[in-house]
Design a protein around this ligand. Structure first.
Ligand code: GTP
Ligand code: MG
Length: 272
């Protein structure tokens, strides 16, 4: 937040307030004005993040709808979002001893706007990540791949901080949004772990921590198994489509289209 100055500094006068403003009314209206300015500045600041969330969720919803209407399957299960509360922002500033100016907060607290994208399979988390981050108006600021490198407690998700322009009446302002991509199994684990963490007031017994880690590993194995099944189903559908086309051609093998050839090669690659 901006520096606060005393009333005499603002008026440029060194005279004690009592002589020029015996009733104190001018000073009171000055500080009311300052309060209103601060409130408006903070409201605008928070609105930018709300709009940042809107921009990102719209982009993901567009992909979701496109996939469900045009493609034969949809990689996005659901999307959720949250705007950090002012209390939580203040808590983080105090905890991490960040500067308190609006610009310090903007630079240091990159998770004021948060979007979570839950996908069906591990490969989908990367696919949706690529589709979103390759869009022209999105700048990738930081990526943390906790899927490839899970946290010591077992936590898995693909995190990215992006910058997206928000257009208000005075032009575009770049806004940071934290996006977490995860599978249903990862999400299931993370929400339970979060509840346990708070239930024990962050002092979870070691035995429970070990069990949680086992559960995370089991969730990881389930994800791999589901990914494998998913590929088998895709392979089966592609083979069936090819057979149907051959039957239509009266058994004579028709030259494969480029897409068919690439698909066949990809599927053969998966088998090996
Ligand atoms: P924060 O300062 O807490 O935001 O952490 P960070 O800046 O180091 O970011 P990181 O990418 O590690 O984590 C950010 C967010 O990911 C958290 O606010 C949670 O939503 C989620 N997260 C990270 N680690 C865990 C975890 O161990 N368990 C659960 N349930 N969620 C986690
Ligand atoms: Mg956070």
């Amino acid at each position: 937040m901006s520096e606060s100055h005393g009333p005499s500094e603002r008026s440029g006068s060194n005279e004690p307030r009592g002589l020029t403003d015996p009733s104190g009314l001018v000073a009171a209206s000055d500080s009311l004005g300052e309060m209103k300015r601060l409130k408006d500045e903070f409201t605008r600041f928070m609105m930018l993040y709300k709009f940042g969330i809107d921009e990102i969720t719209t982009k993901i919803n567009i992909l979701k709808e496109e996939f469900s209407q045009i493609h034969d399957y949809n990689p996005i299960e659901h999307i959720s979002s949250r705007l950090k509360t002012p209390e939580s922002i203040i808590g983080k500033i105090e905890r991490k001893q960040f500067g308190q100016d609006i610009e310090d907060i903007r630079q240091n607290i990159t998770d004021i706007a948060g979007v979570r994208v839950t996908c069906s399979f591990i490969s989908d988390t990367y696919k949706v990540f690529d589709m979103l981050t390759s869009q022209q108006d999105i700048t990738v600021v930081r990526v943390k791949d906790y899927i490839k490198n899970p946290k010591p407690n077992g936590y898995q998700s693909l995190h990215v901080i992006v910058e997206v322009p928000v257009f208000m009446s005075d032009g575009p302002t770049p806004v940071f949004v934290e996006i977490q991509f995860r599978t249903i199994a990862m999400d299931f684990w993370a929400s339970l772990e979060h509840k346990i963490y708070y239930k024990y007031d962050k002092a979870v017994p070691d035995t429970l921590l070990a069990e949680l880690k086992n559960a995370a590993e089991a969730a990881g194995r389930l994800d791999l198994k589901m990914e494998h099944l998913h590929r088998e189903v895709q392979e089966y559908s592609a083979a069936e489509a090819l057979e149907a086309r051959e039957r239509q051609n009266g058994g004579a093998p028709k030259p494969l289209s480029l897409a068919d050839r690439v698909m066949t090669e990809l599927l053969e690659g998966l088998e090996n």
